[in-house]
Design a protein around this ligand. Sequence first.
Ligand code: SAM
Length: 276
Amino acid sequence: MSELSTHFEFGRNWSSYAGLIDEERVAEAVRGLERLAGAGGLSGKTFLDIGCGSGLHSLAALRLGALRVLAVDLDPQSVATTRQVLGAHASENQWEVREKSVFALDANDLGHFDVVYAWGSLHHTGAMYEAWRKAAGMVAPGGMLIVALYRKTWLCPLWKIEKFFYSRAPAWVQRASRACYITTMRLAFLLIGRDFKKYRADYGRSFRGMDYDHDVHDWMGGYPYESVSPRQAEKFRAELGFLPVRSFVLNRTPVGIFGSGNDEYVWKRQNPVGMQ
Ligand SMILES: C[S@@+](CC[C@H](N)C(=O)[O-])C[C@H]1O[C@@H](n2cnc3c(N)ncnc32)[C@H](O)[C@@H]1O
C-alpha cells in the first residue's frame, strides 16, 4: 500500500482543472452521477466521496439532493480544491472535506453512509482490493456502493511501467510524453475517419464534465495503478455479499492501446436478515 510520497500528483492536476468548472460541467457531472445512482437515488441520502479529486462529483451529489456529503482524499491539494469548489457552489452546512486515506476510514468514527462513491480512486491506492473492502465497509445496510475501476487490458503491465516513470519525470519529459500520446491518438482518429478536434472539444460534455488534457495527464501519470476485469469484479461482489444494481462496462477491444477505460459498478449492501 503506498502513501502520498509515491503517488502521482493528482491534487495538482485537480487544482488546475478546477479553474474550468462551470455550470455546463456541473450539469454533466450531475448527469453522470444520476445515471449511476438512478433517478432520485441520492435524494435525502448521506454520501461519502472517496478520492474526491476536484470535488465536482460531491457537488453533483449535493445538486441531486444529498442530505450530507463527506469528501475525503489522500492528497492535500485535492482536499483544498474540493473545499474551494464546494465553498463556491454549495451551502456550507451540508458538506465536509477531510484529508484522509481510504485505509483510515472507520465506520465506528464516521458512521455508515447511504451511498459510498469511489470513482477512479481505489485503483490508485496501491492495494485496490483492500481499499475496495474498506469502501464497502462504509456502506449502510441497504445502501449503495458506486465504484469505477480501470478495466484489465493486455497492455496494463506496460502502462503500469509507463506511469511509474512518468509520475517521477520532470515536467518537460511529461509534456513531451503527452505530446507523443496526443499525436498518436490524432493519427489513429485520422486512420479511422473520426474527428479528433470535435472529440477533444466535446470531451467535457461526454465524460462527466472532465477535460481532455487534464485527463491525459491523469491517465499517463496515475500511479499506483491496478485494474480489474468485469469477471473479477463480479467475484469480489459475491465475496462481499453485495447485490448487483447496475453496471456500465466498456465495450472495447481488450488491448487498451490508449488506456484501459473505467468500468462502473453499482452494488447494494444487503439489509440485515429479515429486512430485505
Ligand atoms: C483519478 S482521481 C479521481 C477523482 C474523482 N473521484 C473523480 O472522479 O474525478 C483519484 C483520486 O484518488 C485520490 N487517492 C489516491 N489514493 C488515495 C487513498 N489512499 N485514499 C484516498 N484518496 C486517494 C487521489 O489523490 C486522487 O484525487
